[in-house]
Write a protein that binds this ligand. Structure first.
Ligand code: NDP
Length: 398
């Protein structure tokens, strides 16, 4: 039994807890990142996500798998100052006392320095007032903190709150908000793959035709936020599933990813696909604020088991794997979308869920699902009809 699932533990984790809630845990296969093989635990309720990642990772292996890298785990804490007088002078004073502010921030988490992390830099940012010229410009102190193996929210917030009195003293102003930014754009992970076009041949189509569909999907997403939102949702299907399995704050990851996708003023895809010298080249870049410590990671026994299966030794390595999973998921989606469409593959997998909804269990799930696909009607009513007929013919109930 999972220790975390005991009501006593759940009660200690959130408020008004009455129990725990489970989701399917699957394994993404075939993933190779920087020459290392990974079995990827994924928690997700949507059919086809795990299959898509495993399938895409297998194709990517034909081109040497994924290459990935990640920045140092530098996060941003924000301290908002108001009533500071002259904006340029307030910024100058803050910059001049940078070392003092950093030392104070680090005094709240001395162990982080010993680990090689901690507050590293400070920047005073002046932003135009939302009301226009009549309003006070927004003065924000950015505290750049190396959070090492932690996602870092709690430790960043502690440091931001800790330096607030000194920020007020230096500027003569008043501090309001003191919290991390989820736009973790100093903590980016990148992955790429380079797949020979000929290995893409499928659905009676040559590799070149499939590659062309994928490149067109990429161009569409680059030009159109309506498409980019769906393109990125597919990427996050894979990333969120790994994030949940490994105990990450997936809301923070989602917020960071979508804010990053908007960084040049238009919402854009987190990944691109191009044709380069007979190869389809995929690239992804996004912020990934992850931890191997903190939050529920060391408390939840299923997370611990997932970490053992994944065998990553650091939050950086985990971010590289997640970036590769996101790109895999995206590849599988645009490959189908740019050729035969996703419904054929997706509905075959969705049929199992429909079979379960209709009451099928055990071996009957696959049988009912197959019958639904053959009938060309993946509907609960049809599944009930098929199930009733099978039971009438003496099929065991489970
Ligand atoms: P925790 O506070 O749970 O854990 C981080 C702590 O772990 C560190 O402060 C450090 O404490 C200790 N630690 C032990 N080993 C290491 C190591 N090798 N590297 C770094 N730290 C280590 O978690 P986080 O600060 O990471 O915060 C994440 C949690 O905050 C998540 O649960 C998230 O949901 C939540 N959160 C998120 C917000 C957001 O995203 N906007 C806002 C608020 C909370 P010590 O130095 O004392 O040993």
């Amino acid at each position: 039994m999972h220790r975390y699932q005991l009501p006593g533990i759940a009660v200690g984790v959130i408020e008004n807890a009455i129990g725990t809630f489970s989701l399917p845990l699957g394994l993404g296969l075939n993933l190779q990142v920087n020459g290392r093989d990974y079995i990827v635990p994924m928690v997700v309720e949507e059919p086809s996500v795990v299959a898509a990642v495993s399938f895409a990772a297998k194709i990517a292996r034909e081109g040497g798998g994924f290459h990935a890298e990640a920045d140092d785990p530098v996060m941003i804490g924000q301290v908002q100052v108001t009533g500071y007088g002259d904006p340029t002078e307030a910024s100058r004073k803050l910059t001049a006392r940078k070392e003092e502010l950093l030392a104070l921030a680090n005094s709240f988490h001395p162990a982080m320095i010993a680990r090689g992390g901690g507050a590293r830099d400070i920047e005073a940012r002046l932003l135009p007032a939302p009301e226009g010229a009549r309003g006070e410009p927004i003065l924000v102190v950015h505290l750049y903190i190396d959070t090492q193996e932690a996602m870092g929210a709690n430790l960043i917030n502690t440091m931001c709150e800790g330096i607030a009195p000194l920020v007020e003293q230096i500027t003569g102003g008043r501090v309001f908000l003191r919290i991390l930014s989820n736009l973790a754009d100093r903590r980016l992970a990148r992955a790429s793959c380079r797949i020979p076009v000929e290995v893409l041949a499928d659905f009676n189509l040559p590799g070149g035709a499939i590659a062309e569909g994928i490149v067109q999907a990429s161009r569409f997403a680059q030009a159109d936020p309506y498409r980019a939102a769906t393109h990125n949702k597919g990427i996050m299907n894979g990333i969120d599933a790994v994030a949940i399995a490994t105990g990450q704050d997936w809301r923070a990851i989602e917020a960071g990813a979508h804010a990053f996708a908007c960084r040049d003023g238009q919402y854009r895809p987190l990944s691109t696909w191009t044709l380069e010298e007979g190869h389809l080249v995929g690239r992804i870049e996004l912020p990934l604020a992850l931890g191997t410590v903190g939050g529920p990671i060391k408390v939840h026994s299923a997370v611990q088991a997932a970490m053992k299966v994944l065998r990553v030794s650091s939050a950086r390595e985990l971010s590289m794997v997640m970036a590769a999973v996101g790109l895999s998921q995206n590849f599988a989606a645009v490959r189908a979308l740019g050729s035969v469409g996703i419904q054929r593959g997706h509905m075959a997998l969705h049929a199992r869920c429909v079979a379960v909804t209709a009451g099928a269990r055990g071996l009957l799930v696959e049988k009912v699902a197959n019958a639904l696909v053959s009938a060309g009607q993946v509907k609960v009513e049809k599944a009930r009809e098929i199930l009733a007929a099978m039971m009438g013919e003496g099929e065991p109930a489970t």
